[in-house]
Design a protein around this ligand. Structure first.
Ligand SMILES: *Cc1c(COP(=O)(O)O)cnc(C)c1O
Length: 364
């Protein structure tokens, strides 16, 4: 074995390197899921989440499953069969939203933009006269594109505004209350610097008034979960919280808040700019539209001459240099690289390491 797994620099779109204090928190002694000490950690975790989401929403907590469960909870608790749901699609995760919404029986109204381009907010607003919901991905991890959210808060009318914040939370500016977002979910393994396993979710009071009484999912039923996680009324067992994951997220949010949320945004912006400049100096071309490029997830064209050995190059990066990067998805498989700079991975030294390794491998 050339390298042990713990040496990896995780620059893919998947999990980032966790903050060191997060790895330590995973080793905390186990507590029962109704132990007052655990309930206190859960309450503090939800309070830290409110700060990172920039919201006062009482119903803010980590769903006990990965980011996709936050997506599912956001649809299954609010969408009735026949409801019009407008969804922006410019990558894999917008597509996934359509799939989830249609399984709830929604009348899905798609607004497509080409991969690499942002969605036009006005087009979303004009797509249907009175939708129950407008849904969009803030940071499209499949393409490296940031979609504009601010205009949607102003244009949403009576609709609920749902935003996928899996790859944006703690990585780029996001204001749940300030931007008029009603529903948002995230993941732990992207810019929060935590292993995968939980999905932070926040629900506005406006959305809460529209909660379905009996959603088709038992596990994700927010009426029941709210009783367990908020302590409003008597705290009742619903499911066993993944205790160690909550410890890990508590520590990750602590690390983000200790650094300062705005400092975390600034760090992601600085290393993203460093990477974008360095790739250009190597003669590589960025994929995402200028002005809408994410610092935390960079998409770059694989030079045409190297496409036949694209997978082998990524393997060499992994085995020789201990660096993981991601490949393209769908029509862009074999043509794009996706480079993550999220959470604890978003460090200048990691950019230097990757650029040096790429220069060597590409002989540039
Ligand atoms: C990663 C990701 C998801 C899904 O999260 P999982 O933790 O893989 O379930 C959803 N949306 C976006 C934008 C993502 O990047």
């Amino acid at each position: 074995m050339p390298l042990v797994l713990t040496d990896r620099v995780l620059m893919g779109p998947g999990p980032c390197n966790p903050y060191p204090e997060v790895t330590l928190a995973l080793g905390r002694p186990m507590l029962g899921h109704l132990d007052p000490e655990f309930i206190a950690v859960l309450a503090e975790t939800s309070e830290r989440l409110r700060q990172v989401f920039r919201t006062a929403n009482p119903l803010t907590f980590p769903v006990s499953a990965t980011g996709s469960a936050g997506m599912e909870a956001s649809f299954v608790n609010f969408v009735r069969p026949g409801d019009a749901v407008v969804i922006g699609v410019n990558g894999v995760f917008g597509e996934r939203m359509c799939d989830v919404a249609s399984r709830c029986g929604a009348d899905v109204v798609r607004v497509d933009a080409p991969w690499g381009q942002p969605i036009d907010p006005q087009q979303l607003a004009d797509a249907h006269p009175s939708p129950a919901m407008i849904a969009v991905v803030h940071a499209e991890t499949s393409t490296g594109v940031r979609n504009d959210i601010v205009p949607l808060g102003e244009l949403k009318g009576d609709a609920l505004l749902l935003v996928d914040c899996v790859t944006s939370l703690a990585g780029i500016p996001l204001e749940i209350d300030g931007w008029g977002i009603d529903l948002a979910y995230s993941g732990t393994q992207k810019c929060l610097g935590c292993p995968p396993g939980l999905s932070p979710l926040t629900v506005s009071e406006r959305a809460r008034e529209r909660l379905l009484e009996r959603p088709s999912s038992w596990y994700l039923d927010l009426n029941m979960i709210a009783k367990y996680v908020t302590g409003e009324g008597a705290r009742a067992y619903h499911h066993t919280a993944p205790i160690s994951m909550v410890f890990a997220m508590h520590a990750a949010l602590g690390a983000v808040l200790e650094e300062g949320l705005e400092n975390s945004w600034a760090r992601h912006a600085a290393v993203g700019a460093q990477l974008h400049e360095g790739l250009a100096e190597l003669g590589l071309e960025l994929f995402a539209a200028e002005g809408h490029r994410l610092p935390e997830l960079t998409t770059v064209w694989v030079p045409e001459a190297l496409r036949s050995e694209e997978a082998a190059l990524r393997k060499q990066l992994l085995v020789q240099h201990g660096i993981e990067i991601g490949g393209g998805l769908g029509a862009y498989a074999g043509k794009l690289w996706r480079i993550g700079l999220m959470g604890h991975t978003a460090r200048s030294r990691n950019v230097t390491l990757l650029l040096g390794a790429l220069a060597e491998l590409l002989d540039r």
